[in-house]
Design a protein around this ligand. Structure first.
Ligand SMILES: Nc1ncnc2c1ncn2[C@@H]1O[C@H](COP(=O)(O)OP(=O)(O)OP(=O)(O)O)[C@@H](O)[C@H]1O
Ligand SMILES: [Mg+2]
Length: 320
């Protein structure tokens, strides 16, 4: 769907996007994550044809933005990070205005407005002034207007910033709903936990570069690379109170893993290897008479991984 090849953007001496390459397949709900100034907005504005790149190319469905700008722009619905001021517009007029920019008018625009306002849950606000809407409602209105020309790709720049928790959930549900209806969606954010709940894959950006890209689970696990599996992994063994003491005693006799911490009904062990290795260890542990009520691999939380990858965190210890 969206392909970015070797994209560069400089503002004077400032490098905002530094050789970014990325492919987002059709049907993805892709999260673009990065700290302030990482280059997310710059990248998005280039992809939407609002800013000229310094180098590299953007292709949508194989069509190059620089060569067929109008055709490419028609495939995109863009929700900017900053919502303008619309003093004298009612919601219906706002939709009409944006419809006219795409050559949609009259009954067709009316019908689309009805459908889209229903989709973003703003039907009863149709005759209200845009400026009287809450921030969350304005954001949803922005999504509705970005869908007027039925773009295959919807790009949203920080759609949740400034929203309260309830409005965030509504936005998340709306995007997941649109994705299930077949829209490919790209969303930027620096709120990772939110992205991890809705996105099918993410790209982590820092200083204009992609430092990690893929499925969230793969990023958390460090992908399949053998280098990563040589790092110490932590597994959590769940043990009932009655078997706890016995389990600790037996586990201390093993040499192929270390006991990292002992809690009331959990024991954490450190080992090297992948999930297959973890399963082998568990078989061995149970063979030796340790009674477990469950076990799982402990995952570093996303924020910690993010801090490590973007080099913006001082504390790179494992999650608490
Ligand atoms: N119009 C501009 N003129 C000069 N420098 C700019 C301009 N726009 C962005 N930059 C610089 O480019 C870099 C990337 O900015 P960008 O807005 O793309 O980041 P971002 O990831 O969207 O950040 P945020 O999370 O704060 O929205 C920053 O260093 C910023 O200072
Ligand atoms: Mg931005």
């Amino acid at each position: 769907m969206l392909t970015i090849e070797g994209l560069y953007k400089t503002y004077g001496k400032q490098m905002a996007v530094d050789g970014l390459s990325l492919h987002i397949p059709k049907g993805e709900l892709f999260g673009f994550v990065g700290p302030n100034g990482a280059g997310k907005t710059t990248t998005i504005r280039i992809v939407c044809g609002l800013l000229k790149e310094t180098g590299g190319r953007v292709l949508i469905d194989g069509k190059e933005l620089a060569k067929e700008p109008d055709a490419v722009k028609r495939c995109i619905g863009y929700v900017p990070d900053f919502f303008g001021v619309y003093d004298n517009f009612k919601v219906s007029e706002y939709m009409e205005f944006y419809g006219s920019l795409y050559g949609i008018s009259g009954e067709e625009c009316e019908r689309l407005t009805t459908d889209l306002l229903a989709l973003v849950n703003l039907s009863e606000k149709r005759e209200e002034y845009v400026d009287s809407l809450s921030r969350g409602m304005k954001q949803r209105l922005c999504v509705a207007r970005a869908l007027l020309h039925d773009p295959a790709l919807l790009i949203l720049d920080e759609p949740s910033s400034g929203l309260d928790p309830r409005a965030r959930v509504e936005m998340k549900e709306l995007l997941m709903n649109l994705n299930s209806m077949g829209k490919t969606i790209v969303i930027s954010s620096h709120i990772l936990s939110e992205l991890s709940e809705m996105c099918t894959s993410i790209g982590i950006m820092d200083h204009g570069r992609l430092v990690a890209v893929g499925k969230i689970d793969d990023i958390l696990n460090g992908g399949q690379s053998s280098e990563q599996t040589r790092e110490k992994q932590i597994a959590v063994l769940e043990v009932s109170r009655e078997h706890h003491e016995d389990a600790v005693t037996r586990l201390r006799q093993f040499t192929d893993f270390s006991i990292e911490s002992v809690m009331e009904n959990k024991i954490e062990i450190g080992y090297e290897g992948d999930e297959v290795r973890l399963n082998e260890l568990m078989m061995e542990i149970m063979k030796q008479g340790v009674i477990l009520s469950g076990f799982y691999q402990k995952r570093e939380n996303l924020e910690v991984k993010f801090m490590q990858l973007t080099g913006s965190g001082e504390d790179t210890e494992h999650e608490a």
